[in-house]
Design a protein around this ligand. Sequence first.
Ligand code: NZQ
Ligand code: ZN
Length: 390
Amino acid sequence: MNAFTFVNPTRIEFGSGVSRRAAAVCQELGARHVLLISGMGSARRSGLLDAVEEGLRALGIPFTAHEGVRPNPVLGHVREGIAKARDCGADLVLAVGGGSVVDSAKAVAAGALADHDVWDFFEGGAPVRKALPLVAVLTLAATGSEMNGGSVVTREDTRNKTFFSSLHTHPRVSLLDPDLTLGLPWEQTANGLSDAFAHLLEPYLNTPLRRPIVQLELKEGLFRSLVDCGVRLKANPQDLEARGDFMWSATLALNGMTSAGAGPAPYPVHMVEHAISAVTDLAHGAGLSAIYAGWIRWRLEQPQAEDFAFHLERLGQKVFALPESCGVDAAVEALVAWYRQVGTPATLREAGVAESHFPEIAFLAARQARAWGMGAYTEVAVMEILELAH
Ligand code: NZQ
Ligand code: ZN
């Protein structure tokens, strides 16, 4: 076990109907003016946003709305949110939506108090020193953004989709109400399963250690939970118990708990996927499942693939119930079979990503790799990965 510091300041309130507490939580945190951030309309259509607004009015908390965060959120909309937050004197940001909304809200919360452009947090390494307090009402299980400090945003002119992370941008409180996810289109559920799975899989495969055992076992428990949720939800998307299991599993998959002590683990598949989303606007979870098998095959051919292969085979045994010494090919096949069962694309072709996009994706991913010091991911290497994933 490596030395580590684990801090997670987010308070989670989980349960059926807990989203009704949104206004009360804002009041508890002393809000005098709320910036209420939401997406492209699903929360309005479901009645959730009306209920949240009604709750704020009932408690006499003024608010300013900032709707229209799109999936794969963009910098321009974040900047508009920062301007609104300053104009209305917001002292709390309330996010109602999926990962894109929560991520945008984090950038607004930090950007509103910064004396420089918000993009400097994403590129250039400006540290976040303070942020408006953030409350999240999560409507989609996937990213883990509800219990981490990360924010992922795309800059439109350079098509750079990248992130910053800070303790200051952890939501103070996240309300996890599985009822809100009952109406999700299946595609979004499947994307969420793929994303949460990937948050465990990248560090699981990339850690150059066959330990610490406690962290491997924690991840394996969450993998199995996600696989199980996929089966139960495929059979009955209205299974509230499974919706809840999934929501909490997705939160735990990227809240720092499973990675503590396991050493630094790069996220190259996320890096390549972010470039795919930036170029094609593909949903994040779909992009991840589309390239995973191709990336694994590429990675197995690279130097020092022994630990990687060990973890891959272990995944096959512990998660997909394959026999001992199943071999890496069987493990990849089991992963692909799971994607197919859940209904996410298992290749770039299935995801509808045309080969003509590959050079631009490779350029963007390699540029990010250089910024992150991941020298193996040259343009040539990313092209190989994309071709293997096609
Ligand atoms: O925009 P609205 O109308 O709300 O519709 C959304 C959107 O179309 C819809 N939706 C959300 N909740 C719903 C619903 N539809 C019906 N019922 C509900 N209850 O679902 C669509 C996708 O929403 P989005 O928020 O984009 O999805 P997700 O939660 O998967 O977030 C994806 C974004 O998060 C980033 C991704 O890159 C992507 O930009 N990530 C953030 C991370 C983090 N902060 O830690 C880590 C991840 O690896 C990831 O990179
Ligand atoms: Zn992800």
